[in-house]
Design a protein around this ligand. Structure first.
Ligand code: ATP
Length: 228
């Protein structure tokens, strides 16, 4: 079943148009990556899906429900777990409290988040503002999982992290995929993206310009659309 369907959305910041027709789909259990150079509209697409920037035209449906009139908290309740760029957590709550405040019943619990990120488990009693950047990213992912979403959206989850922590995050994403989680992923590290993705969507100037399987995203396309 198609979990997320984005079709022809156009989104503005004031008078300035950022999206000019984004098309993408995520099926149950699928990892889809959204790619494109800086400023091409990846974060705006995610914000549109989550109700944070409402598209002026086009359609976004989640498990058959039209999201266009729903506020962000209702969209989250329907089962979209966002890990935003900049990994926002509550700095003055402990790691455990950060996880508990977003919890909803399901397979993701403190124990299963600890099993995914043992390093975070060792810090359950610490305040979030004492964590390293990588640990905060693990916490941000843990918080999204604790809502037991049907779709996890990760916006630049490995940006600015030390290589060893990046590896931990990619290993966790691979584990989520093996467990059948549906994931929409924005990231710039192409090899890791292509290793984990089932399908890729490329944006250019706010528009979907290429869709296909990672094996089809050949060097000339990577060069044309990502400048690699
Ligand atoms: P990056 O990889 O740099 O995060 P992106 O692909 O996520 O880029 P967006 O952040 O979605 O791109 O930006 C798409 C367009 O919208 C850009 O032209 C950007 O300048 C513009 N834009 C983004 N945020 C705002 C804002 N708050 N106000 C006005 N314009 C914005």
């Amino acid at each position: 079943m198609t979990l997320l369907e984005v079709s022809g959305i156009e989104t503005f910041y004031g008078k300035s148009q950022a999206l000019f027709g984004v098309e993408l789909e995520v099926e149950e259990g699928e990892v889809v990556t959204l790619m494109g150079r800086n400023g091409m509209g990846k974060t705006t697409t995610i914000r549109s899906i989550c109700g944070l920037n409402r598209p002026r035209t086009g359609r976004i449906a989640f498990a058959g429900t039209d999201l266009s009139r729903l506020p962000p908290h209702r969209i989250a309740q329907l089962g979209i777990g966002l890990v935003p760029e900049g990994r926002r957590c509550f700095p003055n709550l402990t790691v455990r409290e950060n996880l508990i405040v977003s919890a909803r019943p399901g397979k993701w619990t403190l124990d299963s988040v600890e099993a995914l990120f043992p390093r975070l488990g060792e810090r359950f009693g610490q305040y979030a503002n004492t964590l390293s950047g990588g640990e905060q990213q693990m916490l941000a992912i843990g918080r999204a999982l604790m809502t037991n979403p049907r779709l996890v959206i990760l916006d630049e989850a490995t940006e600015g992290l030390a290589p060893v922590i990046r590896d931990d995050i990619w290993a966790a994403i691979a584990k989520l995929k093996r467990e059948g989680e549906a994931i929409l992923l924005v990231d710039k590290t192409i090899d890791e993206i292509l290793a984990v993705a089932d399908r890729c969507v490329v944006l250019e100037k706010g528009k979907t310009v290429w869709r296909g399987k990672p094996g089809e995203f050949a060097a000339d396309l990577q060069n044309r659309y990502l400048g690699l």
